[in-house]
Design a protein around this ligand. Structure first.
Ligand code: AMP
Ligand code: MG
Length: 402
């Protein structure tokens, strides 16, 4: 049954299975997807924090005309809170220190003139002063108990800083799925081999493994020759050990494209075979009960590549409970024609336009075998099947792979 892209995508997402959760030391959680809420354990900032090196005063004294302040002591960062004993005096204060008790305003050194008088260090104020200046007030960012992070957040540098701040030594994150990447084809030789004229190096698995690595997922790979029996034996072996299969090749109409039949013999329920799209029309998708979800992608390098970003990646993100990303759009920078009634995925380079929009410049592209065309592209622009003329300046969805 041939589906259009939207229906295929919906069918793919309907099979999403939660990968479950695990607890990790937070240092090991970079790039992982958070599966719990994280609250502030203290107000942020946790105390009235001095934000400039200088002196802390009682604003009222300044307001009543006082311009010279005698220093009582120094409040350093990391030292317990001092208290001013005479509200006409000042305390020297350092950035990051707790604001001394009774003071309410900080004047930086650059607005002060220091002097000594009868053994006392003192400062003359040479500028106007606003009450409360240069203090980051306790709880002004968030109150204690405030939910800072929601399940689904991808743990990046900002999240790591927040986890550390609130003392979250261990975090609950999505488990990574167990993925097998499967290459098919008698023409494929290992990367280190020198191919005969009629052979090619196995490249798709490395693209797919790298795409998975971008998501923090590692994968093992296997190579199957175009032999139904070998396919069946090796795949049966993989069945209990994996959650997802991503294969490449052997799903078209060729005499040696045995994969659909082999998968069926193994007990896979086919969800669809063929999608109204170019590249990637022969895409086969199915599931095993209590076994892996199978993305059987076509072998042409650009086809498999596109299908990964259009179907596999969203499935993996949903399975790990990632926050849904809003769809991305760009503005086509050239007129395009595409007659067939297929959704057309065009490799494009993204650019910034002067009005702030994102432009999509089509790249020279010789079809689904043209792996090198992807080197100059950042994304696939999805041009709808029911149109055949695509005007420069029109806006369409893009699927980014960089
Ligand atoms: P298939 O879908 O098996 O008919 O393969 C379509 C094209 O993709 C053929 O030219 C294959 O040689 C090529 N191909 C299939 N698998 C790979 C792979 N893992 N690496 C590189 N090229 C491949
Ligand atoms: Mg093949």
């Amino acid at each position: 049954m041939m589906l259009d892209v939207a229906a295929a995508y919906t069918a793919v997402l309907q099979t999403v299975r939660d990968t479950g959760t695990e607890i990790l030391p937070f240092e090991s959680a970079t790039g992982r997807i958070l599966r719990e809420e994280v609250q502030a354990d203290r107000p942020l900032p946790p105390f009235d924090r001095v934000t400039m090196d200088g002196i802390a005063i009682v604003y009222d004294s300044f307001h009543r005309g006082q311009q010279i302040f005698v220093v009582e002591d120094i409040q350093a960062a990391g030292a317990p809170r001092l208290q001013l004993s005479n509200t006409a005096n000042c305390m020297e204060v350092m950035t990051g220190a707790i604001l001394p008790d009774l003071t309410d305003t900080v004047i930086p050194y650059e607005h002060l003139e220091a002097s000594e008088h009868e053994g006392f260090r003192r400062f003359a104020v040479n500028t106007d002063v606003k009450q409360g200046q240069n203090i980051h007030l306790k709880g002004s960012d968030v109150e204690a108990g405030y939910t800072l992070l929601q399940p689904g957040a991808i743990i990046g540098p900002a999240e790591m800083g927040v986890l550390a701040t609130v003392g979250k030594t261990h975090v609950q994150v999505a488990k990574l799925p167990r993925v097998a990447v499967i290459a098919t084809g008698n023409e494929l030789v290992p990367v280190h081999a020198t191919p005969e004229e009629h052979q090619v190096r196995m490249s798709n698995v490395y693209s797919l493994v790298a795409s998975l690595q971008q998501m923090g997922i590692s994968a093992e790979y296997v190579h199957l020759s175009d032999d139904a029996t070998e396919m069946q034996v090796k795949l049966r072996h993989l069945l209990p050990e994996t959650d997802i299969w991503i294969s490449s090749g052997a799903v078209s109409a060729g005499k040696y494209d045995h994969l659909p039949a082999v998968l069926q013999q193994l007990g896979m329920q086919q969800v669809f075979h063929k999608v109204r799209q170019r590249p990637g029309k022969p895409f086969l998708f199915g599931t095993f009960n209590n076994g892996p979800v199978v993305f059987a992608l076509p072998g042409n390098p650009v086809s498999g590549f596109m299908c990964f970003y259009r179907y596999v990646r969203p499935w993996l993100q949903a399975a790990m409970g990632a926050e849904r990303q809003p769809p991305a759009y760009a503005v086509l920078q050239e007129n395009m024609n595409f007659e067939p009634s297929l959704e057309y995925f065009l490799p494009v380079k993204l650019t910034s336009l002067p009005d702030g929009a994102v432009g999509a410049v089509p790249q020279p592209y010789h079809g689904s075998g043209d792996l090198a065309s992807l080197l100059k592209a950042d994304a696939f622009m999805e041009l709808p099947a029911d149109e055949s003329v695509f005007k420069k300046g029109s806006c369409y969805p893009v699927w980014l792979f960089r």
